[in-house]
Design a binder for this molecule. Sequence first.
Ligand SMILES: [Zn+2]
Length: 84
Amino acid sequence: MTPQCPICKGQLKNDKIREEVWVEGKLLVIDNLPAKVCVHCGESIVDYPTMKKIENIIEKFKHKEIAGTKFTAYEIDAKAAALA
Ligand SMILES: [Zn+2]
């Protein structure tokens, strides 16, 4: 079965997205996240491991374990490995 957009049932394609999250008054930007994006309405869907990764980086940011507000998915992996 071809994956469909949960909003409009459009076709999903693999893409890279930018996630922007406000954390304690600061805008955290995570670039290059793998996601499925609807070609019709632009809705983006990240998978569970990617979602956990985003949560992880937000937690580390809150606890000031990481500095800066702009990351790429690759940097997140590297930082997560370094802090593990
Ligand atoms: Zn859609």
